[in-house]
Design a protein around this ligand. Sequence first.
Ligand SMILES: Cc1cc2nc3c(=O)[nH]c(=O)nc-3n(C[C@H](O)[C@H](O)[C@H](O)COP(=O)(O)OP(=O)(O)OC[C@H]3O[C@@H](n4cnc5c(N)ncnc54)[C@H](O)[C@@H]3O)c2cc1C
Length: 525
Amino acid sequence: MKSEYDAIVVGAGHNGLVSAAYLARAGLTVAVFEKRPIVGGAAITEEIWKGFKISRLSYAYSLFDPQIVRDLQLEKHGLRVVSTDPDLFVPFPERKHIFIWEDAKKTAQGFEKFSSKDAKSYPKYLEFWKGISELLGPMMLSPPPSLEDFTSVFASPETLEGLKVLMFSSVSDLLDEYFESDYVKAAICPRGLIGTMVGPKSPGSAYVLGHHVIGGSSGETGIWGYLKGGMGALSDAIAKSAESFGAEIARNAGVSSIDTQDGEVSGIELSDGTTVRAKIVVSNADPKQTFLRLVGRDKLDQNFVKGIEKIKDQGCVVKLNAALEELPDYKALPGKDLGLQHKGITSIGPSMDYCEKAFDDAKYGKPSEHPFLRIVYHSANDPDLAPSGKHTMSIFAQYFPYNLKEGNWDERKEEVGDSIIDTLSEYAPNIKRAVMQREVLTPFDMEREFSLPKGNIFHMEITPDQMFFFRPAAGWAQYRMPIKGLYLCGSGTHPGGGVTGAPGYNAAQAVLADAKRDRDLDNSQ
Ligand SMILES: Cc1cc2nc3c(=O)[nH]c(=O)nc-3n(C[C@H](O)[C@H](O)[C@H](O)COP(=O)(O)OP(=O)(O)OC[C@H]3O[C@@H](n4cnc5c(N)ncnc54)[C@H](O)[C@@H]3O)c2cc1C
C-alpha cells in the first residue's frame, strides 16, 4: 500500500466496496481499509465449521440494484443469483401452511382455504406496493429528494393516501385494510418488522414493510433470491471488480482516526499507527462511529454532533447459524427430504398478535420469550455450501434488545439460542437432534465483531423519521459531511440498510461530482 491516494474508503462492507469500485473506475487512486480479515461487512460467507459455508449475517439477496451489477460487471466477477419459488413458507401450529409464490395468482389460490376475500384482495395489495415502488423506485439510486420533491410525487388524492400509509401507518393498519384472515396477515406481517424495534402496531412499521418490498433481485417487487456461494459471493465479486479498476484493499487494517487539517480531511490513521494521506475519505462505518470516534466531537459543529448523537440505533436481532445433520421435518408439511418447504424463507410467527407480544418483551428490555423467526437453509439451493447430505441453517430471530434489563449478552446468549431452537422445534420436532453445531450472534456480538452499532443491522433504524432527507441527520443527507472531503457511504445514508449497493453508488457519485466541480473551478482560474 502507498502512503497517499486520491481517495480512501474506511471499511469494506458491500457499500464501501461499491464506492471504491466506482471511484477507481473513474480514474481515482483508491485504497480501502477493512478492519476484519475478510471483506463484505454484513454480506459475508465464512466456513465456520469444516465444509459448512455460512452467510453469517445477511441471508437473502433481494434489493441489490441491477444497474450496479451491470456497471461493475459483477457477473464476470462471479455473481450468480439463484431465485427460488416459493419465496416463503409459513407453517402454523394447527398443521396448516401458506406458501408465497412468485406467481401472485398461485399465492392467492393458497389464500382461498383461509379466506376468499383475502384471495381477492391480494392482487390489490400487490398493486398498492407496485404504485409506491413506481414512485419511490427512481429515488433509490440517486441522492435523497428534498422534502418538497418527495411530497410532490404524491400529489394526486390516490397517491396522497399512499404517503399517509408509508409515513404514518402501522403494518397492522395496512394489513387489516386488505385482509381478514389472521393466517394471511401472519404470513405478510414480519417483513414490516425486520431488524427494527417496532411491532406490527407501531406507526411507521408500514414503511419498514415497504423498504423490503420495493425492488427485488428478479426485477419483480418483493421477490427474494440467494447467491451461489452465499452472501459473501456478492462482496467478493464487488471487491474483484474494484481491484480490476485499480483499487487496493487492505484487510486486518482497522482505522483508528480520520484526520483533518484546517477544516478539511487529510487522511486516516490505522490502529498500528500508520498514516495514509488523501483529500477524500469515504466512510462505510456507521455515522456515530465515523463522527464521534474517528473524527472526534471536538472537530465538529456541536449542533451536528447532537444530530448524530440522537440517531436511534438499538439493535434487536439475534442470528443463529447452524450445521444440520438433516433438514427440518415440519408438522405442517412433513418430510425430511428436500422439498418446497425448505427452498425459500421459512417464517415462524403464527399471528400479528404473536409478533406484537414478542415486541412487548423487548420494549421492557427482555429477550422475546416467543420470538418470530425467519429461517433459510442455503444448502437447499446451493449444495456446495455443506458436505454431501448435510445442510446449513440460518435463523434471523427477533426481538432481542441490545440493552438488556437483566444480565448481559455474553451470559445470556446460549439461553437465548436454546429458546430459538425450542421455538422452531415446536414446528419441526427433529431440529434439536439435527443441529450438529451452532453459533449465536447477539446484538452485542454484532457490535463487537462486525462494528454494527448496538447490533443494529441497518446501522440505524429504518423508520420514516430516519429515512430520505433525515438520514443520517436532518440537513446532512447528501453524503457530504461538515468537513470538506469527508463523505458517508454506508447504510446510515439514503436509501438505508439492506444489501442494495445504493448508498455506496450514491456517495461515489457525490464524490465524483465534487471532484469535477473542483477541476472545472481550477481550469477556469
Ligand atoms: C443479521 C443480519 C441479517 C441481515 N439480513 C439481510 C438480508 O437478508 N438481506 C438484506 O438485503 N440485508 C440484510 N441485512 C442488512 C444488510 O446486511 C446491511 O444493511 C448491509 O450489509 C450493510 O452494508 P454496509 O456496507 O452499509 O455496511 P457494513 O456491512 O456494516 O460494512 C461496514 C464495514 O466497515 C468495517 N469497519 C467498521 N469500522 C471500521 C474501522 N474503524 N476501520 C476499518 N473498517 C471498519 C466493518 O468491519 C465492515 O466491513 C442483514 C444484516 C444483519 C446484521
